[in-house]
Design a protein around this ligand. Structure first.
Ligand SMILES: NC(=O)c1ccc[n+]([C@@H]2O[C@H](COP(=O)([O-])OP(=O)(O)OC[C@H]3O[C@@H](n4cnc5c(N)ncnc54)[C@H](O)[C@@H]3O)[C@@H](O)[C@H]2O)c1
Length: 252
C-alpha cells in the first residue's frame, strides 16, 4: 500500500531525467502515471519502469507549448486512468548563451517551454483536480535564476517567471485543496551535463566544490522530494520553493 494509491499523476517531461525519476517514485507510492514528452522512445522506457513498479502508465507524445494538444492529452489520460490528482511540469530546454548574444527567438523558446508549458499543463489539469477535490502541482525553478548563473539569461528568466506563476496559482487554488510548489533541483541529467560542460571540462568538479553535500544528486534524489510534495504529508505546504541542491544555492 502506498500513500498515492488510486491517485493519477501527470508527469510532463517524463521521458528522462527528473521527470522519469518522478514517474517511477510516484508509481512506487501507488500512483498511475499520465506521461507526456516529445521523446516517444524515452516514454516507452519510462512506461516499462512504471509498470515494473506495479502501476499503469498512459503515455503520449505531446509538445507542452501546444495548448490544445496538452488539453487533449490530459483529458484522454484522465479518462483512461481515472482523473488527475497530481501534476509535475518537468520539460526544459537549455542553450548556454552570453547575455548580449541571447536572441529574441531563444528567449521566446525558453519562455514557451518553461512558462507557457506549465501554464498550459496547469490550466488543463486543475479542472480535474477541482472535480476530485484534491490536487498537487510541482513546478521547477532553478538556482541558475536565484543565483544568476552566467550564460543562462533566457533560461533563468523562464525559471523565475514560473515561480511567479506558481505563487498566483497557489493562492487561487488553495480553497480547492490544490497545492502548488516549486522545486529548485541540481541533479545529473542530460541537460545539466550541458550546463556543467559549459563551465569547462571540469564543470561538475567546480559545481561539487560549491555544494556543501560534496556530491551531485541523481534524479532519484530529487524524485523523493517531488513524491512528498504530491502526497498528503505536504497538504499544508503551498506556494513554497524547495531547494534540493545539496546546500549549494540555499544559504543566502
Ligand atoms: N537537472 C538539473 O540540475 C536542474 C537544475 C535546475 C532546474 N531543473 C529543472 O528540472 C526540470 C527537469 O530537468 P531535467 O534536468 O530532468 O531535464 P532533462 O533535459 O533531463 O529532461 C527534460 C525533458 O523535457 C522534454 N521536453 C523538452 N521540451 C519539451 C516540450 N516542448 N514538450 C514536451 N516535453 C519536452 C525532453 O524531451 C526531456 O525528456 C526542468 O524544469 C529543469 O528546468 C533541473
Amino acid at each position: 500500500m502506498g500513500v498515492l494509491d488510486d491517485r493519477v499523476v501527470c508527469v510532463a517531461g517524463a521521458a528522462r531525467g527528473i521527470g522519469q525519476a518522478a514517474a517511477v517514485a510516484v508509481a512506487n507510492q501507488g500512483a498511475s502515471v499520465i506521461g507526456l514528452d516529445l521523446n516517444t522512445e524515452g516514454l516507452a522506457t519510462t512506461t516499462e519502469l512504471v509498470e515494473k513498479a506495479g502501476t499503469r502508465m498512459w503515455a503520449t507524445t505531446c509538445d507542452v507549448t501546444d495548448r490544445a494538444a496538452v488539453g487533449t492529452a490530459i483529458d484522454s489520460g484522465a479518462e483512461q486512468l481515472g482523473g488527475v490528482h497530481g501534476l509535475v511540469t518537468a520539460p526544459m530546454v537549455f542553450t548556454p548563451m552570453s547575455f548580449l548574444e541571447t536572441t529574441q527567438e531563444q528567449l521566446m523558446r525558453d519562455l514557451g517551454v518553461m512558462v507557457a508549458g506549465p501554464m498550459n499543463l496547469m490550466q488543463a489539469a486543475v479542472p480535474h483536480m477541482q472535480r476530485a477535490g484534491w490536487g498537487k502541482i510541482v513546478n521547477f525553478g532553478s538556482v541558475a535564476a536565484t543565483l544568476g548563473s552566467a550564460r543562462h539569461a533566457s533560461y533563468a528568466a523562464a525559471k523565475d517567471a514560473v515561480r511567479g506563476l506558481s505563487h498566483v496559482a497557489a493562492r487561487e487554488f488553495a480553497a480547492d485543496d490544490i497545492t502548488v510548489n516549486i522545486v529548485c533541483p541540481v541533479a545529473r541529467t542530460p541537460s545539466a551535463d550541458v550546463s556543467a560542460g559549459d563551465l569547462g571540462p571540469n564543470g561538475w568538479d567546480l559545481i561539487i566544490a560549491q555544494t556543501p553535500k560534496g556530491r551531485i544528486a541523481e534524479p532519484e534524489d530529487i524524485a523523493g522530494v517531488i513524491a512528498f510534495l504530491l502526497s498528503p504529508a505536504s497538504d499544508f505546504v503551498t506556494g513554497r520553493t524547495l531547494f534540493v541542491d545539496g546546500g549549494m544555492g540555499s544559504f543566502w
